[in-house]
Design a binder for this molecule. Structure first.
Ligand SMILES: [Zn+2]
Length: 163
């Protein structure tokens, strides 16, 4: 990004600063390189595309995502995050399918019929919560599926007695 366009967007904010927050040098430039990742929502390391420029100190090599860069990257990060959720949910469903049927799993989780099949084929976007639950189940499918079946087959507590 050119100096002019940087200044036109957030003139007064620190997003335009070229001062390194780490070493204090006036040496921050936009730099792209492969092998970087950032925390995104509940994901510890979302890979950043190699061609994305990020403020980088050319003296101490410190890299950081300032608010302006974050806003610029958001649509791209969101897409990548959703792709990773799709990929992870497929892995968990595949692992669970070795221990139960898709339909039984849908019933156990209260999901609508065919939903897991859609997710498995890469259609639809699973919530991070569903991906989390399936990941935990897939860690020890036989034991955890049995636990969950027991849990849901327990009789519901009666409504509170009327006085
Ligand atoms: Zn620095």
């Amino acid at each position: 990004m050119s100096q002019e366009s940087r200044e036109s967007s957030f003139a007064a904010s620190q997003a335009t600063s070229t001062t390194c927050p780490q070493c204090g040098a006036q040496a921050v430039r936009g730099r792209a390189r492969p092998g970087r990742s950032i925390r995104y929502r509940n994901l510890g390391a979302l890979p950043l595309p190699a061609d994305v420029a990020v403020p980088t100190c050319v003296r101490c090599r410190f890299e950081y995502i300032d608010p302006e860069t974050r806003a610029r990257l958001e649509p791209l990060l969101h897409e990548e995050y959703r792709r990773i959720l799709q990929q992870r949910v497929r892995q968990s469903i595949d692992a669970l399918m070795r221990h139960t049927s898709q339909r039984k799993l849908e019933l156990l989780l209260g999901l609508s019929q065919g939903y897991l099949s859609r997710l498995r084929s890469g259609a639809g976007h699973p919530s991070p919560e569903l991906v989390s639950h399936l990941a935990l189940l897939a860690q020890d499918p036989a034991k955890r599926l049995a636990e969950l079946e027991r849990y849901w087959s327990e009789p519901a507590a009666p409504p509170p007695a009327e006085r």
